[in-house]
Design a protein around this ligand. Structure first.
Ligand code: 5AD
Ligand code: SF4
Length: 509
């Protein structure tokens, strides 16, 4: 947690402390002093613009980094909508990148091409790149070679160092690159900033050990590390005391939480402190962690992301059924419905196991909304394999699904597999799959119309300011007429119309 007392005692005229978080507090203060001088000479505060690609983990990392920037004295801004697009003249531009699919990388290079011209017009702009894409050697080389105007590059393991890297850049006026190959100490005691004051994510673990054959995540986010339960609970309690009522517990594979605790004394090589020092008594699995978080007074809703079917235990289903704060939604990535393809994907479950898991979940939680991820066009995927995926979609009935076209990621085992599926075949399968998913989800959505549900009001509607957008426990979105001062509160909404991906509703209370 943020340690204000420590922060206040840091002396910025002495040398930088070696230990964390004192070291980062020192650099935040140093940068703050610099930002104040800049503000005075410019006659305005410094501005920042941050764009985040990818998953919830990246979104959480960006919350941490923008909090650091705001502590330093940057304010959001420096982006102007123009007739022919956007103009950016922010003093600090941060791209938190994703590399899970090739098109995410292309997007970043597109942004950089655009920023090159913006920086010519606004030379004091500092451009920083971080996140998953920056953990790849080829991409770093490309940035070094072709994008000399990028000022700061760092990866996924050292986002906490933003202030230190910025200070180094300011004082050296040179490009600063600091990408760690391995995870080091996890520094959590940084300032917090939330997109919504009433809901946020909490990291419970980092990295992934699963090595699904198509996926680059284990290579760019490292091995699985679980945070201590007491540390997580402390963070949740502190967030609740600041007004948060909905928490999303975050990890690449939350169901294996707790399997990666390591004794201090069995880990002398890393100096003992680097990897999750957790005593035997403290060790809990994910189901128990849910039960403990459920006890936090003042908290209303608990979500979690992402579940791997192979680690989803009956104990967890029981915890979900008995913990009143756990939301009525489960994201359960399928990836493929073909047992043959699942084996090649190294997913450690087959079609039957997935379907029986869904049955067990629906037995205990009959109204639960299930969502999923599906990849189309994995190497060697035949029409028969694809029809197995369609069959699972039919049998499960997902409320929604993220569908992806397989993207070859160099360095992963699937990149070396034969049987590339032609583009036109993939497109045609992709469209058929979307159609099938929508037909099933329409029916599920329609069945709830007329019912009254509790919803958390999240924001004023983008298109109609007399309306607000709210989210049901099952994660469905509903738009309704309600005053803006209900934002952050729980209301009862009657669903009156199904619009396919969302509802129109009426406020009941
Ligand atoms: N190609 C396409 N989709 C992928 N995903 C991960 N790696 C790839 C890839 N190489 C998808 C998976 C995962 C989601 C976050 O991204 O479906 O669950
Ligand atoms: Fe990637 Fe598989 Fe880990 Fe998910 S579980 S991050 S798909 S390797």
């Amino acid at each position: 947690m943020w340690n204000q007392t420590l922060f206040d005692t840091i002396d910025i005229f002495g040398p930088a402390p070696d230990s964390e978080p004192a070291r980062q507090y020192y650099y935040m203060k140093k940068c703050r002093q610099w930002a104040e001088d800049e503000k005075e000479s410019l006659g305005r505060p410094l501005t920042y613009f941050a764009e985040t690609l990818g998953c919830q983990m990246n979104a959480k990392d960006s919350e941490k980094m923008t909090a650091i920037l705001e502590y330093i004295g940057y304010v959001p801004g420096g982006v102007h909508e123009k007739k022919d697009g956007k103009a950016i003249d922010a003093d600090f531009v941060l791209y938190n990148t994703c590399t899970v699919r090739e098109n995410a990388n292309q997007k970043i290079y597109g942004h950089l091409g655009f920023l090159k011209n913006q920086k010519v017009k606004h030379p004091m702009m500092k451009i920083a790149l971080c996140g998953c894409m920056m953990q790849e050697e080829d991409e770093i080389e490309k940035v070094k070679r072709s994008y000399p105007f990028v000022d700061i590059v760092f990866g996924t393991f050292n986002i906490h160092k933003l202030a230190e890297l910025l200070y180094e850049q300011i004082t050296s006026d040179k490009r600063v690159m600091d990408v760690w190959a391995e995870p080091g100490e996890i520094v959590e005691d940084l300032p917090g900033k939330r997109k919504y004051p009433f809901k946020t994510g909490v990291n419970i673990m980092y990295g992934c050990n699963n090595f699904c054959s198509y996926c680059i995540v284990p290579y760019v986010r490292g091995r699985e590390r679980s945070r201590r339960p007491e540390e997580i609970l402390e963070e949740v309690r502190a967030l609740v005391s600041e007004g948060v009522t909905e928490i999303m517990l975050l990890g690449q594979n939350v169901n294996s939480y707790g399997k990666t605790f390591v004794d201090i004394d069995v880990n002398p090589a890393s100096g003992g402190a680097k990897i999750c020092p957790v005593s035997k008594e403290e060790r809990v699995n994910f189901a128990d962690l849910l039960r403990q978080v459920n006890e936090v007074e003042g908290l209303r809703r608990i979500r979690f992301m992402t579940s791997h079917p192979k680690d989803l235990s009956e104990d967890l289903i029981d915890a979900m059924a008995t913990c009143d704060k756990v939301c009525n939604h489960l994201h359960l990535p399928l990836q493929s419905g073909s047992s043959r393809i699942l084996r090649k994907m190294n997913r450690s479950y087959d079609k039957e196991l997935y379907l029986s898991l869904v049955d067990k979940i629906r037995d205990r939680l009959p109204d639960i909304a299930l969502t999923t991820d599906i990849i189309v066009g994995f190497p060697g995927e035949t029409e028969e394999d694809f029809m197995e995926t369609m069959d699972v979609v039919d049998r499960v009935g997902y409320d929604s699904a993220y569908t992806f076209i397989y993207s070859k990621r160099s360095g992963t085992p699937a990149a070396r597999m034969e049987g590339e599926v032609p583009d036109d075949v993939i497109r045609e399968r992709f469209d058929r799959l979307l159609d099938r998913i929508h037909r099933k989800s329409e029916a599920l959505f329609a069945a709830r119309v007329g019912g009254t549900f509790e919803a958390l009001v999240e924001e004023v509607n983008d298109h109609d300011p007399s309306m607000v957008s709210a989210r049901l426990s099952n994660n469905a979105l509903v738009h309704l007429v309600a005053p803006g001062d209900r934002i952050g509160s729980y209301v009862n909404v009657r669903l009156v119309e199904n619009k396919g991906f969302y509802y129109l509703g009426e406020l009941e209370s």
